[in-house]
Design a binder for this molecule. Structure first.
Ligand SMILES: CC(C)(COP(=O)(O)OP(=O)(O)OC[C@H]1O[C@@H](n2cnc3c(N)ncnc32)[C@H](O)[C@@H]1OP(=O)(O)O)[C@@H](O)C(=O)NCCC(=O)NCCS
Length: 146
């Protein structure tokens, strides 16, 4: 089951997943969950949190959204949870874009695995030190776009 995290869950979830995102400064994951405008989904299996993934508006733009960070517990990787969380976030962004009345928005992500995103229609904008910035247009058509 995938659901948005509840208020107050940062205390349990941040220490569980922060070790798998060692590039984040200490306390940053907790701060993102608790205080910032980042929105988190959690994937649960058997009542246990196995993955988290975040998204949010990019700055104060109504047209640009950012994905990340995300992590799956090592014991649960390679089973599609991360991909499901990508689709859940794209769907949530699309719903927000529809609600705002805009025809489209841009979604960007910074990743060391650009191929995963290129497969999903993202385009590499640039790359520095093994980390790529990718972007994808999310269009709100008659049937929407996935
Ligand atoms: C990247 C990660 C979240 C993928 O989780 P997962 O549950 O194993 O994902 P899936 O089983 O759906 O993986 C299927 C594919 O999608 C990719 N993928 C899924 N979610 C991803 C994400 N958020 N970012 C980049 N790639 C992702 C996987 O790398 C894999 O690619 P492959 O088929 O080329 O090997 C997981 O390996 C992880 O937690 N890594 C450590 C933290 C990290 O690197 N986070 C991403 C940057 S914030």
């Amino acid at each position: 089951m995938i659901r948005p995290i509840h208020e107050g869950e940062a205390l349990a979830l941040a220490p569980l997943f922060a070790p798998f995102m060692p590039w984040l400064p200490q306390g940053a994951l907790y701060a993102m969950m608790q205080y910032e405008r980042r929105r988190f989904f959690v994937a649960e299996q058997g009542g246990e949190a196995v993955a988290i993934a975040a998204y949010g508006p990019s700055g104060y733009s109504r047209h640009a959204w950012a994905l990340g960070p995300a992590a799956t517990l090592p014991t649960h990787r390679g089973k599609g949870v991360g991909s499901e969380l990508i689709q859940t976030r794209l769907d949530a962004i699309q719903a927000a874009v529809i609600a705002s009345g805009l025809p489209a928005a841009l979604v960007h992500v910074s990743s060391r695995r650009p191929h995963s995103w290129v497969r999903l229609g993202f385009r590499v904008i640039d790359e520095v030190d093994g980390s790529s910035l990718l972007c994808r247009r999310l269009t709100v058509g008659a049937e929407g776009e996935r």
